[in-house]
Ligand binder design. Sequence first.
Ligand code: RI2
Length: 313
Amino acid sequence: MKQLKETAEKIKSMEIRGAGRIARAAAAELRDYAGRFPARDIADFNKKMKYAAELLISTRPTAVSLPNAVRAVMRYVGENPEEAKASVRKLADEFITNSENAVRKIGEIGARRVRDGDTIMTHCNSSAAVSIMAEAHASGKKINVIATESRPRMQGHLTIKQLDSLGIETSLIVDSAVRYFMKDIDLVIMGADAVTANGSVINKIGTSQVALAAHEARKNVIIAAETYKFSPRTLLGELVEIEERDSDEVISKEKLREFSKVIVKNPAFDITPREYIDLICTEVGAIPPEMAYIIIKEYLGWGLGEINSNWKS
Ligand code: RI2
């Protein structure tokens, strides 16, 4: 239980962050948790797994990869705890391997859209987006990247570190300089925390501003997103919840106390309408955002039927 709670806390505090990483961490935790606790019988096992699944899902509300990963593992079967544990292990390992392969495949597919000499703008820190840039660079194309800081958590610093270690020339800019530099770039590549059935993309706050500025300047916007970031529930009319994070990410509690009429608003994500997105690069192909429905229906293995099945978060 201690390790389960620690993993949940690490996801909540963003020590483990990035939509893909939190999904893999949740799958790994469910696998390890199942292996650790003694279960009297299958009913007891199911009860404990349900508790763990719900705790992990509650940590961050926006990245659909998290409930999708948990749901993938919670499809386990078994007549007794031993069988169920083996099934959990298999499903979790499968999810993690598929996820790692998906990020690699997105790199291969997306890199074909990058031309030699391109300057690319990116926002926040997305391993799927970085995978495209890394693959383009590895295939011998000379690229240049402009990376935003991505306030308030400054994930841009992770991006420049990763790109620098790959030997890619990178400029770091403040978020408000996006439109100023838009004229200098050829292409925008960003990640996703969720993709809705109508092709809208939910990603780090500021993504929609970058996409809007790119649209105005007629620059292409590519979103790098594994299929498990697509949201089956949006097909049933549900909206993706936008996480509102603590005010102290923006201003210290002490400083804030100096004011009587000031509140802090700190949404972690925003929504980019599909009109501002040219392509969503998934591991099963580069698709126009209008095809999001097909991805949900054809490629999310648990599909629509499962949404109403026995386990539901
Ligand atoms: P990968 C991140 O969320 C960013 O919004 C990033 O674009 C997205 O997840 C996808 O990241 P946060 O955890 O899965 O920083 O591509 O809030 O790594």
